[in-house]
Every structure is written in structure tokens, then in C-alpha cells.
Write a protein that binds this ligand. Sequence first.
Ligand code: HCA
Ligand code: CU
Length: 386
Amino acid sequence: MTRTTLERRQLRLLDTTLREGEQFADAHFSASQRKELALALDAFGVDELEVTSPAVSPGAAREVREIIALGLRARVRVHLRCHPADIELALDAGATGLNLFLGTSPTLAGSSLREPWSQQRLRIREAVRLAATSGAFVRFSAEDAFRTPRRRLLAAFDVAVESGARRLGVPDTVGIATPAMVGTLVRALRRRYPGLSLEFHGHNDTGCAVANALAAWDAGADCLDVTVLGIGERVGITSLGALLARLYTLDPLAVARYQLQLLPALDARVAELTRMPVPFNQPLTAAHAFTHVAGVHSNAVLRSPATYEAIDPAVVGRHRSIPIGSRLTGRHAVAHHLRESLGCDLDTDRLGAVTRALKEAAEDHRLDGDEAAAILATAAGSPGER
Ligand code: HCA
Ligand code: CU
């Protein structure tokens, strides 16, 4: 089921590292770093790039112009409040894609906006009309969609569509939706607005951002929001690499147009710019994404990688690693190392002895490469080698 839907519809990935990503507490990108990231994301093949509103600061306005001027293949979308002045600023900067948003939930309306619903409705109508009359591609997103009563949500979307929006955004702003909730809502919207583009933007506060993005896709959304490493407000949103890993295992062809080989460098660069390592649990690009430790695992992987690998490391230009510095290691891993690093094979008894020596040495700490190599070298040099 998923397989056929993946093949049939055109997936669009909207990368918002330059907008949502900038809201990550440790992110600050200079103008030249923003351009560098925009170029890297374009080379990677993301379909759309979202940038911060020019209303934020004069620097942000300059950067919108500069990124548009790069003439990327990816479409540039400017993230905007439903304020006429913000829209004018984006149009002045040359924007042809306007991502409008407005908080529709009672929680947000009661705190940040303090506007009655009738007023909000008018605001959506005017903003979307103004944006659409310019000829720009207009998306309207109902911030906090999953805490917005269904009737109000649909009323907001109806106004946006009547006023010229070509895409509707469904953000799980505080990350409380489950995949089932996302599926139900997106399916309902798909039925109500056939032919309209649907975008999903999922925060990761409860660890469901990737699963929710997949649920949105399965239910009929065509545009999924991501950032590099998933950076964003609080614990961020759906990560680009994690979503691609998720989709790849379902259907490699569906993501074939993205340059997966460029992912490790992209993730490493954003980690560097945000002064953190690539998180240990980042699919595909974590330091140990393709490392096998336990003897049973390394034995099986050496015989047939698919036993314990969802994805071949070569897909992202990486190699598998089978360290032997743990007490969990096994004789097959050790034999592999002896062959690879010292070009020698030991008989069964010697191999058993060196494996025991390694395990014993690793009883109270992980052996680093040098310690393990020293034990192997001793074994290789001693009688019994062949
Ligand atoms: C924000 C909130 C937002 C908007 C998403 C959207 C969210 O930081 O402005 O425009 O669709 O998560 O709701 O990122
Ligand atoms: Cu967000």
C-alpha cells in the first residue's frame, strides 16, 4: 500500500533549516553561512527552501533577496505572518512563494494573538488575497492545527482557499499529534480540498516527528517539512536524514532524486555551525549508524549485511564498522580484523585464544584501536599463525 503510494505521487520536501532551524536555541547562521546552506540544500535536491520573514530585521530582508538572487532550482518560500506589511516586504524582496501562517487554536489565539475569531477570519482573507493577487504561490498554514477545533480549522482553511491559497499547511506546532491523528486529519483535508497541495510540519516534542510525517504522506499530503538534523524550536521537527531513511526503506525509488551521498557532509556542517556533534541517534549519519558491536551481530553482518542493517551504508557513501574493543565481541569479528589489518588467518585455537584475551582485557573498559591492535599483533606474531 505504502509502496504504491510512494511511487505514484510526487513528494516535495520543504527544508526549513533557514527558518525553523534558526529558531533552534543554538543556531545562528551568518549571511554567508545561510547562502552556503541554501546552495548545499539545493545541491542535495530539496524541492523547496523556507526562509525567515524579512519583517524580522533589515538583515533578514537582505538575506531573503540574496537567497532569491542565487537562482536556485529549489523554490524559495518566505515565512510570513498574516500581516499586509510583512507580505509587502516579501514581495519587495522579490519573493514568489509566500508561506502565510496564523495561530488558529484557542490556546494560541488566547495568548499570542488575542483576536476574536471573526477578526482572524478577516485577517486570513485579506492576507491571502493580497498575497495571491501578486501572482505569488500562496500557502496558508493553521498554526497549532491539532489543538484547533475541527470546525474552526476547516473554516480557516475554507477562507484561505476561497481567497486564493494553493497549499494548506498542517503544523503540529507543539508535537502532540500521533500518527493516527495526523492520518485522520490529513485524509479529511485531502477529501475536502481535492487538487490542493497539503503540507505537514511536525514538531518532535513527543518523538513522533518522523512517524507523523510518514503518516501525513500516507494520508495524502504531498509536501513535508524538514530541517537538517531536525533542528528547530525546542527539540525541533522532522529531520531530513531521518525522513529519507524512513522513506528509503519503503521505496528507494521514491527518494532517488535526492543526493543521499551528500547527506553526511550536510549534517556534519549544520552540527558544526550549531556547535554540537551529529546526534548519536541520527539515522544514516550518526557516528555509529553502521557500527556493529555484539559478536552475534558482527558475525551475521560479516556473512550478510542485511541481517542487521536496514540500509546499506554505501547509500550515503559510508562504510560499516566492526570494532573489537568490547567484551561482547566475537571470534568472527576478530578473524575479520586480523585479515583486514594484518593480512593473517589464525587457526581455530589461536583465534579462540586471542578472542578470549581481547574480551578479558575489555572486561572493565572499551579498548581503543591501539589497545586492540596490540593484542592482535601479539597473537599474530606468536606460534600457531598460518
Ligand atoms: C512558528 C510556528 C510554526 C509554523 C509552521 C508553519 C509551527 O515558529 O512560527 O508555518 O506551517 O510549528 O507551527 O513553525
Ligand atoms: Cu514549527
